[in-house]
Design a protein around this ligand. Structure first.
Ligand code: O2Y
Ligand code: MN
Length: 614
């Protein structure tokens, strides 16, 4: 059994080892040597491949079971004591009932396996916004991935010992290994036997049956969003599904930090790592997925990235779309479900060069005729294939990305993929209006993507799968941030904007796929406008939905001629009929929250209706 100077940890590990009955228990130290040893053990057992050390130093390749390729929202539960406290957007089960089921599953679940004990910190070690956790797991892949994604090992353990406290995170792949049997390439339980469970009142996480991503790397979605959002509600801070970037105007060296929330598939990682197309501006990355924000003693709202790595979607990451992301996985990276080339490197659709003949696809089949392969129907890399890469590898990482006190937040952006209705950028009139904007975030999804009817899927604050309590109460918490004494009635809070890079005019054949805005690096033009607005500059026009840039306020110099003053007029336009329809959709969305919807938000909707003449 492990022996640390944290009595709570020793007792907790002993209790779980008695239940799970592993062959041995190992306390992880987080060292580079431990990473290499564990990954090499996976290679020796046939669970992983080491990539060519010259092309991709210290990097490993895993293929998951086809039933275990993504987060499973249908098997994710918020087990608050009262169902109402999980709210209308979460799956709920009574905590006692759930614990009974899971104790049954956990009993003997690690037979024949090693129980790894992973002490970790979300956020820089010892920082005022950081939090400590310990994950128990029977997956060496999880240990390796946690080493990349968190500050894991001896340093975190020392802090846990000093505090005698941590967030307990329990994980098992749910597949005991009978003596004498060879392990499966990727051990996991069948889909209906996977459980991703949060106990928000106890600040505990129990997951079972999946070894993949957010289901198994418990520091990420389970802790840093679902449990942390509940802690943030209790303690007066914010745990958000947001990237953090730092924008510098090179002429004056002035900087602004921006946090931005977008639903999946809206280019969050691309924005976090953007390379500006307008001269004189620099974007640096602080985080690509999660932001924790707290007021400091001077009354500044400060943000940290609680993670230490990027768990990025591989397909369509290329030197053209996101060079910084591609460079981030040049070494010390774990790849999952991408293609494996004959020369020991990785490949995925949209990487920017052809698939080498003889590549192994994510299912383990050889690709003999890459040219005849249908990238949509039968991709070489799974569409949710991933790289786990250290953030420190990113050429565009900001020098202060690990500052324990965080960076001052100047602006918050919300956005989604909206082919119509929503202009390129509009600005909230005050904090409550900004919260309203966050509460109505939605993104166009194709029917295939979600197995539901196509249309706008509302994803408030991009937190739909990640809010650890009633989403209506979460809206209220955002409203209440303005009432904290440090907020000085909103004076100390960031400005809020809504952006939409995806508005289209399909009838204009000159526009690529009808997009009224080029996106990618040209989003720096919108960031520059937001920077100016934070300084009280940049001309605006009032509309029923908020302030939009005046003609000429966004620099379009140097854009391809298909994007011009006329398309700018279109992309910034506010169409009253479209917004009347939007209001009806917002009313349907708000109805779900019933008595939990803050009055400030229904008031804001009433103002919008009145302005639209409804
Ligand atoms: O499918 C998974 O387990 C990963 S999901 C993910 C990974 C990195 C960043 N964001 C997400 C997400 O679903 O928002
Ligand atoms: Mn995410």
């Amino acid at each position: 059994m492990i022996k640390t100077n944290c009595a709570k940890l020793n007792t907790w590990v002993k209790m779980w080892a008695d239940i799970m009955q592993p062959e041995k228990v190992v306390l992880c130290d987080g060292s580079d040597a431990e990473f290499t040893r564990l990954m090499d053990e996976c290679v020796a057992e046939g669970l992983a491949k080491k990539l060519d050390d010259k092309k991709r130093p210290n990097s490993y390749y895993f293929q998951s079971d086809p039933s275990d390729v993504a987060r499973v929202e249908g098997r994710t539960f918020i087990c608050s004591r009262k169902k109402e406290d999980a709210g209308p957007t979460n799956n709920w089960m009574d905590p006692k009932e759930m614990k009974k089921i899971l104790i049954g599953k956990y009993t003997g679940c690690m037979k024949g396996r090693t129980m790894y004990v992973i002490p970790f910190s979300m956020g820089p070690l010892g920082g005022p916004i950081s939090q400590l956790g310990v994950e128990i797991t029977d997956s060496a892949y999880v240990v390796g991935s946690m080493k990349i994604m968190t500050r894991m090992g001896a340093g975190a353990l020392k802090l846990i010992e000093e505090k005698n406290d941590f967030i307990p995170c329990i994980h098992s792949v749910g597949k005991p290994l009978p003596e004498g049997l060879k392990d499966a390439k990727w051990a996991c339980a069948p889909i209906d036997d996977k459980y991703i469970v949060q106990f928000p009142e106890e600040h505990e996480i129990w997951t079972y049956g999946s070894g993949y991503g957010g289901n198994a790397l418990l520091g990420k979605k389970c802790f840093a969003l679902r449990i942390a959002s509940k802690m943030a509600q209790e303690e007066g801070w914010l745990a958000e599904h947001m990237l953090i970037l730092k924008l510098t105007k090179e002429a004056t060296k002035e900087t602004k930090c921006v946090c931005a929330a977008f639903p999946s598939a809206c280019g969050k990682t691309n924005l976090a790592m953007l390379i500006p197309t307008i001269p004189g501006w620099k974007v640096e990355t602080i985080g690509d997925d999660i932001a924790w924000m707290k007021f400091d003693e001077e009354g500044n709202l400060r943000a940290i990235n609680p993670e230490a790595g990027f768990f990025g979607v591989a397909p369509y990451t290329s030197a053209k779309t996101n060079k910084n992301a591609l460079d981030s996985c040049s070494k010390n990276t774990i790849f999952t479900n991408v293609g494996l080339t004959p020369d020991g490197d990785i490949w995925w659709e949209g990487i920017g060069y052809d698939c080498p003949k003889g590549t192994i696809d994510w299912k383990g089949n050889i690709v003999n005729d890459p040219a005849s392969r249908d990238a949509d129907e039968n991709p070489v890399a799974h569409k949710n294939s991933r790289f786990a890469a250290p953030a420190a590898n990113c050429p565009g990482i900001a020098s202060d990305w690990e500052s324990p006190k965080g960076v001052k937040v100047d602006a918050i952006l919300f956005g989604g993929r909206r082919p119509n209705t929503v202009p390129l950028v509009h600005e909230a009139e005050d904090w409550a209006h900004g919260v309203f904007m966050g509460s109505i975030v939605g993104s166009e999804v194709t029917a295939a993507a979600i197995g539901l009817k196509a249309g706008v899927r509302r994803d408030p604050f991009a937190m739909l799968p990640f809010c650890g309590y009633n989403m209506g109460d979460y809206f209220q918490h955002w409203i209440d941030m303005e009432k904290l004494p440090q907020a000085k009635g909103g004076k100390n809070l960031p400005k809020i904007f809504f952006v939409n890079w995806f508005r289209r005019d399909k009838s204009n054949k000159a526009l690529p796929a009808g997009f009224l805005w080029p996106g990618y690096g040209d989003n720096s033009r919108v960031l520059a406008y937001i920077f100016d607005r934070c300084n009280g500059q940049g001309e605006t026009v009032d509309t029923p939905i908020g302030k939009v840039p005046a003609k000429g306020a966004i620099n379009i110099e140097g854009l391809d001629s298909c994007w011009n003053e006329k398309t700018m007029e279109q992309v910034l336009s506010v169409n009253v009929d479209e917004w009347k329809d939007e209001v009806e959709r917002i009313e349907e969305h708000y109805a779900k929250f019933a008595g939990h919807l803050p009055k400030e938000l229904s008031d804001r909707l009433a103002i919008l209706k009145q302005r639209l003449g409804m």
